[in-house]
Ligand binder design. Structure first.
Ligand code: C2E
Ligand code: MG
Ligand code: MG
Ligand code: MG
Length: 296
């Protein structure tokens, strides 16, 4: 009867949930093992900015993106193990690893005469831990040639939403050291521009979901334009991420976006590839002409 059917369905749900849990637990174990065995690695994704004085675009930074080498599955994106990144036990060791390797890369670039900021994705779990600022200080101390102003941390809005006071304190501690703070995936969650203003973040990253269809979806243009206008008034920089075509870049630039990141510029690459790539990068000519005249 209906009652039995209900119970059956419940059973199906709970075994599906159990499977998902096992899957995630084994993924966490894989991540822990990879960290232990030195099978974590970083790729770096260039960020370019308009130099308003010359009208030229230049490479100003690179975002560190974590990859896990799995014997069975190959090189994995964190999209496949994001539960592990926010895990109570793993968030901090992963965060410390990425901070150290990102600053090491920055030091190596400086050594080659290439001065770029390096952006590190920080899990909310790590951000909100007591030891977070000590971990930042330790990483900076280990790479004294890298100035704190070259470091940027990318956070999502979950921390500021769950614990605004706590998040604000951590952000203030970072800013006091000269570290820039970016709000990643902006527009996808529940954070409003008023949160942004309260949080003293230096940069917003427009999520790629708004960029992907911007040429065919007028509502995405409206969202990007709204973010850009408000950010300009608040004197917050904006990076559009996930820019895949020259035309998407032109549109974003014409809306006043001064920084771009995405596959049209480059795919994420090894740290060692960055200096030569920076040397050789040529921006699309259309980007020079796209910049609007902005009255301050
Ligand atoms: P995110 O921080 O928003 O990073 C942007 C993601 O979009 C990256 O994927 C990047 O490779 C991808 N991407 C950039 N430009 C384009 C484009 O033009 N087209 C397309 N299709 N994709 C583009 P990735 O490396 O797989 O990272 C996914 C997410 O994993 C990141 O999103 C970030 O939230 C998280 N993540 C990455 N590295 C770390 C890390 O070291 N620590 C933590 N906690 N999270 C990380
Ligand atoms: Mg990011
Ligand atoms: Mg993002
Ligand atoms: Mg993302």
């Amino acid at each position: 009867d209906a009652k039995d059917q209900g119970r059956d369905r419940e059973q199906v749900y709970s075994s599906a949930m159990a499977l998902v849990n096992i899957e995630q637990r084994s993924m966490k174990a894989r991540v822990a093992a990879a960290l232990e065995d030195g099978r974590m690695t970083l790729r770096f994704h260039p960020i370019v900015a308009l130099d308003t004085a010359s009208g030229d675009w230049r490479v100003v930074g690179a975002e560190a993106l974590l990859r896990m080498h799995d014997a069975a599955l190959g090189l994995l994106s964190p999209a496949l193990f994001h539960h592990a990144l926010d895990d109570a036990k793993l968030a901090r060791p992963i965060g410390r690893y990425v901070l150290d390797r990102a600053l090491r890369a920055s030091a190596a670039w400086l050594n080659k005469g290439v001065r770029l900021s390096v952006a590190v994705n920080i899990s909310t779990r790590h951000l909100m831990q007591q030891e977070f600022i000590a971990d930042i200080d330790e990483a900076l101390a280990a790479h004294p040639e890298v100035d704190a102003t070259l470091l940027c941390i990318e956070i999502t809005e979950t921390g500021p939403l769950v614990d605004p006071t706590g998040a604000r304190q951590v952000i203030d501690e970072c800013r006091a050291r000269g570290i820039n703070v970016s709000l990643d995936d902006f527009g996808t969650g529940n954070a409003s521009l008023s949160h942004v203003q309260q949080m003293d973040v230096g940069t917003l990253k427009i999520d790629q979901s708004f960029v992907r269809d911007i040429l065919v979806e007028p509502r995405n243009i409206a969202i990007a334009a709204g973010i850009l206008t408000t950010a300009r008034l608040l004197k917050i920089a904006v990076i559009a991420e996930g820019v895949e075509t020259e035309e998407q870049g032109v549109l974003l630039i014409s809306l006043g976006c001064g920084q771009l990141q995405g596959h049209v510029i480059a795919e994420p690459m090894l740290a060692t590839a960055i200096p030569a790539w920076v040397e050789n990068w040529v921006y699309p000519a259309s980007w020079r002409l796209a910049a609007p005249v902005v009255l301050e």
